[in-house]
Design a protein around this ligand. Structure first.
Ligand code: MSP
Length: 515
């Protein structure tokens, strides 16, 4: 995936979130996917850079702060702190967090602006048009919905007319169209790709990139009464931590994946690539437009009043249970339903039962029949052979599916193997073997194979449920430090040593009683 870079590196981003409201579980969905991919890549031996942040400028923030009688910065400081707290609670492993109000970001945006301006791709003109403040988007008459409102959020647009700077986006329309058409991997899934191709074919106008009607933003260099358009400022966050540092730039740029929601694919697959072309920088390798989390058939959003607070869910069910649900239940690229009953069913069936029981039964039997000590296996029968080959097949499929961003399929593959391991217990009936002295080695083989299966499972689930993976690792008392474990360790069966002592079983997930 990163052949053009000099090292095995991987750079993934989420969008930067607006601090206009509390984050809901729909936002957490996007960040959880990115986190699972980042953790998977680290496991696969990549040096990963995972970026998220907050998109703090714009008229809407300024207005809200004014209404509350505080400065925009005072307003965003509090909300952004709550984002960071949420990501911590959800075990998001981001390597940096960009606040667009930070001086380091201002500098990069202004440098980027000047670079394009000096090239002649930014010019001053007069803007008259229709602006949607909540979406911070400009629209033409033709693009409005049937009620003359914003085609994205369906709220009224405002007519604005002012002196403004423009970016010569039209100049890059053909090049960006060609890039999308010639590189099927650049924009996924294919439905979004087709949508964007049609959009560009209708013609791209130059983009208005400055405003004078408010000042909560980054000033245009040399003409401070203008602030830079919030989307122009926002997408640049993806290079903020790298720009101006040649080594970092070489190491991580172009980004491997910008993971974004489907409604902002246009900004990422058209505007941002045009900006990068103008700045003579390589384009990101992939834009992935995921679907929405919907609730009762509607997109979850604050304006619809149907949001689910992720903090409360985490407190009630644990971060790992929420992460598991989001990754398992929704096929990436499609919309998916969030439903409390479905969440509880998954926790009870997949986590408490399938995974919890496998761990509990295995450690319990090793404790009871062999005083907690594993004995190296000798010989194997057909059932043992099939379990081992299933384990290796699972690890192989998992790697392929995760590489292809088929995350829910990868989760399912692991759970199929967990089910298979539970079945192995029933097939081999260790409690019967334990009654027969002549079956001692067979019993040892079974218990060893089960412990190994769990060791492999704990590695494979670590990108999805890092805390649970660590608990299994600790209960198995695997010698290797958890942080040093690599995907390759799950691709060999038989790593645990003769005489290895395992721990006592502790519950991973309590069953949720349904009222
Ligand atoms: N600030 C811009 C992004 C700038 S990126 C340079 C923005 N912010 S947002 O807070 O409105 O949305 C951030 C992300 O959350 C988007 O990718 C959006 O699709 C995602 N989601 C918001 N609601 C969602 C759901 N109900 N379901 C899934 N994702 C959702 O747009």
């Amino acid at each position: 995936m990163t052949e053009t870079k000099d090292k095995k590196t991987f750079y993934i981003t989420t969008p930067i979130y607006y601090p206009s409201a509390k984050l809901h579980i729909g936002h957490a969905y996007c960040t959880t996917i990115a986190d699972a991919v980042a953790r998977f890549k680290r496991l696969a031996g990549y040096e990963v850079f995972f970026l998220t942040g907050s998109d703090e400028h714009g008229q809407k923030i300024q207005r809200t702060a004014e209404e509350q009688g505080i400065t925009p910065l005072e307003y965003v400081d509090k909300i952004v702190a709550s984002f960071q707290e949420l990501w911590q609670k959800l075990e998001i492993s981001n390597d940096d967090f960009i606040r667009t109000s930070e001086p380091r970001h201002h500098k990069v945006v202004q440098d980027f602006f000047k670079r394009i301006q000096e090239k002649g791709d930014i010019y001053k003109g007069e803007y008259t048009g229709l602006y949607c403040t909540p979406c911070e988007s400009y629209w033409t008459e033709l693009q409005l919905d049937e009620n003359g409102c914003c085609p994205d959020c369906h709220r009224p647009v405002e007519k604005v007319s002012e002196e403004a700077y423009f970016f010569k986006m039209s100049k890059y329309a053909d090049a960006v169209l060609k890039h999308i058409e010639e590189n099927p991997d650049f924009l996924e899934p294919v439905s979004r790709r087709n949508e964007m191709i049609n959009f560009i074919k209708q013609g791209l106008e130059d983009l208005c990139v400055s405003r004078t009607s408010f000042d909560w933003g980054i000033p245009v260099p040399g003409d401070e009464k203008h602030v830079i358009y919030v989307w122009f400022d926002a997408v640049i966050n993806y290079i903020t931590p790298l720009f101006g540092d040649a080594e970092k730039m070489k190491k991580f740029w172009p980004a491997d994946i910008h993971l974004v929601g489907k409604e902002i694919v246009r900004f990422h697959s058209i505007i941002w690539p045009c900006m990068l072309m103008a700045a003579d920088l390589p384009l990101p390798k992939k834009i992935y437009g995921h679907g929405w989390l919907i609730i009762g058939g509607d997109k979850m959003s604050k304006s619809k009043g149907n949001v689910v607070d992720p903090m409360l869910l985490i407190d009630e069910f644990s971060a790992d249970a929420i992460r598991y649900f989001l990754l398992r239940e929704i096929t990436l690229g499609q919309d998916g339903n969030f439903n409390r009953d479905a969440l509880i069913t998954r926790i009870n069936a997949d986590l408490a039962n399938d995974l919890g029981n496998l761990l509990h039964r295995t450690l319990n039997m090793i404790g009871k029949f062999q005083k907690g000590i594993l004995i190296a296996p000798k010989g194997e029968n057909e059932i043992d052979k099939s379990l081992k080959s299933d384990a290796m097949e699972t690890a192989k499929n998992y790697r392929r599916l995760m590489e292809n961003m088929q995350i829910s399929d990868a989760v399912r593959t692991v759970w199929k193997f967990i089910g298979r391991s539970n079945k192995y217990i029933d097939e081999t009936a260790p409690w019967t073997l334990a009654k027969d002295e002549t079956q001692k080695q067979n019993l040892a083989n079974v218990l060893y194979n089960l412990a190994e299966s769990l060791r492999i499972v704990s590695i494979l689930i670590s990108p999805y449920m890092p805390a649970t993976a660590k608990k299994i690792h600790d209960q198995l008392k695997v010698n290797q430090p958890f942080e040093k474990i690599q995907l390759e360790d799950a691709e060999t069966f038989g790593r645990l040593e003769d005489n290895h002592e395992v721990g006592k079983p502790e519950q991973l997930f309590p069953r949720i009683e349904v009222k």
